[in-house]
Structure formats: structure tokens, C-alpha cells
Design a protein around this ligand. Structure first.
Ligand code: FAD
Length: 442
């Protein structure tokens, strides 16, 4: 009887030991996989964060994995030896879902790192810059998230109203630049206070989140939209969010001036002159910069660049078929766009250099395969010099001889102009921040 009991205990113990051993092996394997991903991210230059990113307090982290499941991007965070760690940190878009999901508040959102500084403008608690009358709201000030940008857009305009600025019938009370979440919320607040205002957007309304292919949007808490009320869209889609923006703006009779890029803001005789790329000028008593941190795509400034067939981002390659396409550029965006378009189209990739030195190893490999299988035609050391309705004219770097390609669509990926120079031109003070804490629990 006693022996039987010991045997049973022994078996139970053995089963427990086996289960624990399997569990520990699984954990070790998972850690090794994450370590390998970190090594790869380091090789590919993706380990170092570029902007806002989570910093994990390893003394507090309890390996719940909440941050990993909450992050909608891929492989930004992982667990090594029981503690959360960064992997492809440069892919972090700073929306802070990890920050909100951590049950023990072990995550802080930080901008810049010890090695890589990030330019941030100076704003006071009213969102006003060193230039009285110029305000900043949203991600440009450093803090990401749709909800935060909405809150800041509203708060900045409330502060403008409270500032008791002098109205001038010959000028706008306020020019809002940018129609992302911050600019939209600011426009609604300006309407609420009967301000004489205009909102200028270089592209179409919606902001950064609409320029990326992912359709899912995550909001970790309800947001309060001026003139509308609480919005409880937690896991939503881009189209639902866009519908919401459009409905609320239309209901309140607010028109956003789209396709209007602002080139500069100048203080002149006590009011601001806001100048657009199209050569228009708007005078205002206050200016709100809600332009985000992504900047504007760099233009080539060549004839025909304003034709409708020219674009600076690729949103739905699967819907583009049987077209003659020219893609310009030598970075990852250009290479990825050219490869994805080459599945269903006749694509020429034009690059001014003789090889692609700046692209990720995986893109280099995909490019090699696409060229070898004849899917993609790369014209090295060429420049796009003119765009016509049905043609693209290129020149060879050497000798300058010209050639024309049948053409339906042009995609230009020539980098971006960061908002830093825009701010500097307007006189707004900026500092480089190395690991600056933007949000801490508690
Ligand atoms: C891939 C990706 C996924 C994301 N996912 C989420 C998510 O799921 N949930 C979440 O809460 N946040 C998410 N974010 C973060 C969120 O998109 C940003 O924090 C938010 O959009 C910032 O709002 P904003 O209004 O400050 O700036 P933006 O959204 O960047 O809007 C700025 C606007 O200003 C315009 N503009 C810029 N320069 C000029 C100029 N010179 N003249 C005129 N207009 C100009 C731009 O075209 C743009 O429309 C994501 C970001 C990215 C990149």
C-alpha cells in the first residue's frame, strides 16, 4: 500500500519535472529565436530606434508578454530570458499600445537614444512655441498616438482662445497646418469657438496613418472629439476612422483645403504670412503647426511632375495591373514598391547610382531575383527628367543621352524633407533630445 503511494508520488513528481523541463526548453528556444532576430536587426540597422519607442524597466518586467501581444507592428518586442526586450526598434511607430498594456507599468516611452538624437521643438504648457502666436500640437511635439494628437489639437486651440489675441478682420484668427488627428481636432475646436480659420493639408485629410499599407488601427482608450463627443473605436480600420473624420467635419460644415502644401510661415507687421507651394498667401493672427513628424516627400521639380499619374507613395499595389510603371529611387521604399508592382505590371526602376548600397539585405536579395527572372528592369545611372501623359523621359548620367519609355504611372521615392527645416525657417527653437522621456506611468 505504502509502496503504491510512493510510486504514485514518484510518477506525479516525474510528470511535473518533465513538464517543467519541456516548458524551460520551450522558453530557451523562444529566447534563442528572439536573440537571433536581434542579431539580424543589428545587421540590418533596425535595432536602434529612430524616434519614440518603449524602454523596459527590467527590474519591474514580469514577462507577462502583454506588450508583445498589444503591439500591432511585427517583432518590435520579444522576450529573452524572461524579460521583454526590443528587436526591430526602428520599426516602432510610437503609438504606445505596449505602454498601456503593461500590467506592472514597466514601460516608459522615450524619444531618441544615447546615440541617436531626435529634434524636438520647444513648446510651453500652452503648446505655444518661442514665437508668440505659433503653436504646435500632435506628433510634431514628440508624442505619438491618434488620441494624444486629438487631445493636443483641442488643447492648443482652447489656449489660443484663452490668450485673448487681438482680432483683425483683414486676417484669419488661425491657420491650421496639417489635417491629421491633431489638425482635425483643432479645426473642430476652432469651429466650436467661432474662430475665423482655415486648415491647409498638403495631401488628403487623415494624416500619417493613412499613408501606410496596414488597414488596422488600434486605440487604447476612448477619445473625446470636439463637437462630437466620446469615440469608442478600439480596434478599428482606416476606412472607419476616415468615415468618422469626414462625417464630423461635414456635419460641422468644415472644409479642409487639401493638396495645399505650406512652404513657410513668416512674421510680418504683427501677423503671420503663411505661404503655400502654389504661391498662395494666408494672413493670420495665430498659426497651429499640426504637421506630424514624417515631413513631406521630396519632389524632383521636373516638367510634368504635377500630372495626376505621379505619386510619392504606393498604397494598394494589388489593384494596379498591366500598366507601364516607372519607379524612381534607390532606397528600401523604391525597391519594395518596384518589386511589388512588378508582379502584375511592366516596371522600370530608375536609380541614379550604379548599385543599391542603402537597401536592407532582404530587399537586395528580392531585387536580385526580380532582375534575374526578368520581372524587373533596372536602369542604373539614369535620371527621370520629364514626364508626359503617356511617356517618361530619362537621361543616362554618363553622356546625358535621352530615352523615352511608354508610361502610365510614375512613383517617386526621393526621400523626404523633415519638418526640422520648416520649423527653423519659422524661427521655432529646436533641441536634439537623446533619450528624452515622453510618457511615464504614475
Ligand atoms: C504605420 C503607422 C501605424 C500607426 N498606427 C497607429 C495606431 O494604430 N493607433 C494610434 O493611435 N496611432 C498610430 N500611429 C501613430 C499616429 O498615426 C500618429 O501619432 C498620429 O497620426 C499623429 O497625428 P498628427 O496629427 O500629429 O500628425 P500626422 O498624422 O502625421 O498628420 C500630419 C498631417 O500634416 C500634413 N502636413 C505635413 N507637412 C505639411 C505641410 N508643409 N503643409 C501642409 N500639410 C502638411 C501631412 O500630410 C499630414 O496629413 C501609427 C503611425 C504609423 C506611422
Amino acid at each position: 500500500m505504502l509502496l503504491e503511494k510512493y510510486i504514485t508520488y514518484g510518477i506525479v513528481l516525474l510528470v511535473c519535472v518533465v513538464i517543467i523541463a519541456i516548458y524551460l526548453r520551450k522558453l530557451k528556444k523562444a529566447s534563442q529565436e528572439v536573440e537571433a532576430k536581434i542579431e539580424k536587426a543589428k545587421e540590418e540597422g533596425l535595432f536602434e530606434p529612430v524616434s519614440l519607442h518603449p524602454v523596459i524597466n527590467l527590474n519591474t518586467c514580469i514577462k507577462s508578454g502583454g506588450c508583445i501581444t498589444a503591439c500591432p507592428e511585427q517583432d518590435i518586442l520579444g522576450i529573452v530570458n524572461g524579460k521583454a526586450t526590443l528587436i526591430n526598434a526602428s520599426h516602432c511607430v510610437g503609438h504606445g499600445a505596449c505602454f498601456h498594456s503593461c500590467p506592472v507599468e514597466a514601460i516608459t516611452l522615450v524619444i531618441g537614444t544615447e546615440k541617436r538624437g531626435v529634434d524636438l521643438p520647444h513648446v510651453n504648457q500652452n503648446f505655444e512655441t518661442n514665437i508668440p502666436g505659433i503653436y504646435i500640437a500632435g506628433e510634431l511635439g514628440g508624442m505619438g498616438l491618434i488620441k494624444n494628437s486629438v487631445e493636443q489639437g483641442q488643447a492648443a486651440v482652447e489656449n489660443i482662445v484663452k490668450s485673448g489675441f487681438r482680432k483683425n478682420p483683414a486676417t484669419y484668427d488661425l491657420v491650421i497646418i496639417g489635417a491629421g488627428p491633431a489638425g482635425i481636432s483643432a479645426s473642430l475646436t476652432a469651429k466650436k469657438h467661432n474662430l475665423n480659420f482655415i486648415t491647409l493639408e498638403q495631401d488628403t485629410l487623415g494624416g500619417t496613418v493613412f499613408t501606410f499599407p496596414r488597414s488596422k488601427i488600434v486605440m487604447t482608450a476612448p477619445m473625446d472629439l470636439p463637437l462630437h463627443g466620446k469615440v469608442k473605436l478600439f480596434n478599428t480600420s482606416k476606412s472607419d476612422l476616415l468615415d468618422l473624420w469626414q462625417t464630423v467635419l461635414a456635419k460641422n460644415n468644415i472644409q479642409i483645403r487639401e493638396n495645399t502644401k505650406v512652404e513657410g510661415v513668416l512674421l510680418e507687421n504683427g501677423s503671420f504670412k503663411v505661404m503655400t507651394l502654389k504661391g498662395e498667401e494666408f494672413k493670420a493672427q495665430n498659426v497651429l503647426l499640426a504637421i506630424g513628424r514624417r515631413g513631406s516627400p521630396r519632389k524632383l521639380n521636373i516638367p510634368g511632375e504635377t500630372l495626376e499619374k505621379v505619386a510619392y507613395r504606393l498604397l494598394e499595389p494589388e489593384n494596379i495591373t498591366e500598366k507601364n510603371v516607372v519607379v524612381v529611387g534607390g532606397g528600401d521604399s523604391a525597391v519594395e514598391a518596384a518589386i511589388s508592382l512588378s508582379e502584375q505590371n511592366n516596371v522600370v526602376l530608375s536609380y541614379r547610382k550604379e548599385h543599391f548600397s542603402r537597401v536592407k539585405p532582404q530587399n537586395k536579395e528580392n531585387l536580385r531575383v526580380a532582375i534575374e527572372t526578368g520581372k524587373l528592369d533596372v536602369k542604373y545611372k539614369t535620371n527621370l527628367v520629364k514626364i508626359e501623359t503617356d511617356k517618361a523621359i530619362l537621361t543616362h548620367e554618363e553622356g546625358g543621352s535621352q530615352f523615352a519609355l511608354e508610361n502610365d504611372l510614375v512613383y517617386i521615392f526621393a526621400g523626404g524633407e523633415l519638418p526640422t527645416s520648416f520649423l527653423e525657417k519659422a524661427g521655432v527653437q529646436i533641441s536634439k533630445r537623446f533619450g528624452y522621456t515622453m510618457k511615464k506611468h504614475g
